[in-house]
Ligand binder design. Structure first.
Ligand code: TXA
Ligand code: MG
Length: 310
């Protein structure tokens, strides 16, 4: 069910969950003040309780309601990247944020989205927690149709059109006197060089206790079994997720993610393409990962690796 900003605000303030567009992916929103709605988000998504939620704000000044002793450069990062697809994990005053939201951690994740409808809504509702609006483990949702598919036709959706970024926010955490990327996202690590004076390192998330709890779990995965290929065997066949500006042997049936020359478009199309595989009941597909190892491609490769469970 498509609803207005006014209706979305009313539903959220009454303790309901609403799907909300952002510039990255759609979120499943609940008011930070509604503990039961927050609990329902976990059950609705099938989300593990130890995976905390991002708190979305309308203005930077709201941070002061929750945080303490902020790490350096928070306000420079905020000035350069908010509103936008950057999430900062910050130390908080534990009494200011429900235990469930932060999964018991003494930090919380914050983001100010730039999507106009999300921003107007946040101005009316105050802080909203929003995980991506998909069933846990499945590809994220970048259109209202995706949400209807996952949660049914009567689910309330603030329809903001297709998400143009198509990849979740980049998450930064301050540790040992440096900011680190703990989840790759819509902003490549190099983006932060100008603001910080260095490129934040990427936390490899190989440990059993990653800095970003969400990295523990399977993500973005369609039912289709995906196999990543660095080289395309000339004698192979089957469906291949590939690029329009590359030639494939005629024995393959390419399903195009976009063009190698336009990683932003590949990002925008990624989850829709993964969802199409399931809609078409395709049992298995190859994925061409012979792409540059830089910029937005790093995030795209990470999502494809997770989607293939590899
Ligand atoms: O673009 C986005 O970030 C989207 C839109 C809706 O804003 N949201 C999103 O939320 O991707 P979700 O729940 O799918 O991913 C949030 C990630 C999880 O991996 C979680 O573990 C991590 O943020 N996270 C949240 N709080 C954290 C904290 N205090 N410390 C470390 N990681 C945290
Ligand atoms: Mg997610």
């Amino acid at each position: 069910m498509r609803i207005s900003v006014e209706m979305a605000s009313q539903l959220l303030n009454e303790g309901n969950i609403v799907a909300v567009p952002t510039e990255t992916v759609y979120g499943l929103a609940a008011s930070l003040l509604q503990p039961e709605a927050i609990q329902s988000i976990f059950s609705l998504k099938g989300r593990p309780a130890n995976n905390p939620l991002i708190i979305h704000l309308a203005e930077v000044s709201e941070l002061a309601n929750y945080t303490q002793s902020l790490p350096p450069s928070v306000f420079s990062l905020a000035a350069d990247f908010w509103p936008g697809p950057m999430t900062l994990v910050l130390p908080i005053r534990e009494t200011s944020i429900p235990y469930k939201v932060r999964a018991g951690l003494s930090t919380a994740a914050f983001r100010i989205p730039s999507h106009k409808a999300a921003h107007r809504l946040l101005q009316k509702t105050g802080p909203l927690v929003m995980p991506s609006a998909n069933l846990s483990g499945k590809p994220s949702a970048t259109s209202a149709d995706h949400i209807e598919h996952d949660f049914g036709l009567s689910f309330p959706i603030l329809d903001g059109g297709d998400c143009l970024g198509g990849l979740e926010s980049t998450i930064l955490l301050y540790q040992q006197e440096k900011w680190r990327v703990i989840r790759l996202g819509a902003l490549p690590p190099e983006c932060f060089d100008k603001t910080l004076g260095y490129v934040p390192l990427i936390d490899s998330a190989t440990s059993s206790q990653p800095l970003c709890p969400g990295q523990l779990y399977r993500h973005y995965a369609p039912e289709t079994k995906l196999t990543l290929l660095k080289e395309i065997p000339a004698d192979g066949s089957g469906i291949i997720l590939g690029y329009r500006d590359r030639e494939y042997p005629s024995s393959y049936r390419p399903l195009y993610l976009g063009e190698l020359s336009q990683p932003e478009k590949v990002a925008e199309n990624l989850y829709t393409t993964l969802r199409t595989l399931d809609l078409d009941s395709i049992p298995s597909a190859w994925v061409d990962i012979n792409v540059p190892h830089a910029g937005l491609w790093l995030t795209i490769l990470e999502r494809l690796a997770k989607a293939s469970n590899g």
